[in-house]
Design a binder for this molecule. Structure first.
Ligand code: GRG
Length: 275
């Protein structure tokens, strides 16, 4: 993927900054989900390569902007200095902007997809990433920092901030594969539950990671800082909810009637991962 960035006619510094974050060690979960969905329909993964790259670029832009001083103000991401710590705030903002806009160019120029499919996927991705999707979730998250949230409000944030792109990954794979409307709906529900399980697991890992790294007793963070599932439900309650979403995800996957081996493996990985 970064080789396609190198070819862009642009000042070296912006390309370097974009490639820095793209290569900073992300799990590539969204592209993997898209490829696994194509696999579930017996389709060549190559069909989804441009959309998968575009999706990872949008995810990467969101993390660069999320880390900025005006947002979460983080110094480290994936154990490495955040983009703005290396390149400065202005270049980091522009690297995010560059990744976002370039992602749509990649899909528009894809040689793998028909024009109709490209137009549909671009509209779907813009919706998933934009104000009714990830951007809206991020805004709700910022507003929610000023108050105690209930589970419904927390769910709204996560369904939008992280859920919409995860759902896009699976449903875009299904659309490219030529899935029926019914299969698309089942896989969308699969991804919705998987996204919630992913987020709850993330909250659980935040607590258990602290225990491993600095020896805080389990549960000592529950109740501090911003609203999380363990804070609202207890650590045990959050683990149960995570498993419930995994079970629901698997039920919807079964209903989709596809070759589900890889998608099942990913679902189990999401809930059992340790980082
Ligand atoms: C700035 C518009 C805008 C949106 C930011 C996704 C997001 C929205 C913020 C991320 C905040 C965060 C750390 C949420 C926790 C769960 C999560 C989405 C983690 C990052 O996704 P992974 O684990 O990341 O797939 P990697 O590093 O593997 O690519």
């Amino acid at each position: 993927m970064p080789s396609c960035i190198e070819k862009i006619e642009a000042p070296e510094i912006i390309k370097e900054s974009m490639i820095y974050s793209l290569n900073a060690g992300g799990k590539r979960l969204r592209p993997i989900l898209l490829f696994a969905t194509l696999h579930a329909f017996g389709k060549d993964e190559k069909l989804g390569i441009d959309v998968a790259c575009a999706l990872e670029m949008i995810h990467t832009y969101s993390l660069i902007h999320d880390d900025l001083p005006s947002m979460d103000d983080d110094d480290l991401r994936r154990g490495k200095p955040t983009n703005h710590k290396v390149y400065g705030e202005a270049v980091a903002i522009l690297a995010g902007d560059g990744l976002l806009t370039h992602s749509f160019e990649i899909i528009a120029k894809s040689k793998e997809l028909s024009d109709t499919l490209k137009a549909n996927i671009i509209a779907f991705l813009a919706q998933a990433a934009g104000p009714s999707g990830m951007v809206g979730g991020q805004v709700a998250d910022l507003l929610g920092e000023q108050k105690d949230l209930n589970v419904e409000e927390l769910e709204y944030i996560h369904e939008h901030k992280t859920g919409k792109l995860l759902r896009f990954a699976v449903v875009a794979g299904a659309i490219i594969a030529g899935a029926s409307k019914d299969q698309q709906e089942c896989l969308d529900q699969f991804a919705r539950h998987l996204g919630l399980a992913f987020q709850i697991k993330d909250d659980i890992l935040d607590i258990e990671g602290d225990v491993k790294q600095i020896g805080k007793p389990v549960g000592s963070d529950v109740g501090k800082d911003k609203s999380t599932y363990p804070k609202l439900l207890t650590l045990e309650g959050a683990k149960n909810k995570c498993n419930d979403h995994l079970t629901s995800a698997k039920e919807w996957l079964e209903k989709a009637n596809v070759e589900s081996d890889l998608l099942l493996e990913i679902a189990d990985y999401i809930v059992n991962r340790d980082h």
